[in-house]
Design a binder for this molecule. Structure first.
Ligand code: DAT
Ligand code: MG
Length: 140
């Protein structure tokens, strides 16, 4: 398995509850390195563009409003098979289905307010990293 990079977002429900450090500890304990990180406030338009792929889903409006409702921490995680490993550490989208010990099982409030985002494939990881970070900001 090659060294990969993936885009992670600590979502508003988690930044509101001051959970950034606890969530980052889960990534680091799993062997993922945080090679870039910043706290930003998304506008509705920026959230909408990021989640464009879900534009036709019934929850899209709610999702964009939620993502713009408080600061988020966007980050790049690096490691062996980082894309799949991060998805594993995150747990299932709906916290009710998330395995014990995962971020969503421990911290998520609902299927919509589920504490973290993680890229789902190599192509989306590259696009999502480029959406938030310039090459100069990635310090392996
Ligand atoms: P994931 O974030 O696990 O990749 P996804 O890409 O299917 O999940 O959906 C993106 C986000 O949209 C998800 O983290 C929360 C929201 N969402 C998904 N399904 C939802 C639903 N049934 N009701 C409300 N929000 C939902
Ligand atoms: Mg997804």
């Amino acid at each position: 398995m090659a060294i990969e990079r993936t885009l992670s977002i600590i979502k508003p429900d988690a930044t509101r509850r001051n959970l950034t450090g606890k969530i980052n500890a889960k990534f680091e304990d799993a062997g993922l390195r945080i090679v870039a990180q910043k706290r930003i406030q998304l506008t509705m338009a920026q959230a909408g563009k990021f989640y464009e792929v879900h534009a036709e889903r019934p929850f899209y409006g709610e999702l964009c409003e939620f993502m713009a409702s408080a600061p988020v921490v966007v980050q790049v995680l690096e490691g062996e098979g980082a894309i799949a490993k991060n998805r594993e550490v995150m747990g299932a989208t709906n916290p009710k289905d998330a395995a014990a010990g995962t971020i969503r099982a421990e911290f998520a409030e609902s299927v919509g307010e589920n504490s973290v985002h993680g890229s789902d494939a190599a192509e989306t990881a590259a696009q999502e990293i480029a959406y938030f970070f310039s090459g100069l900001e990635l310090v392996g």
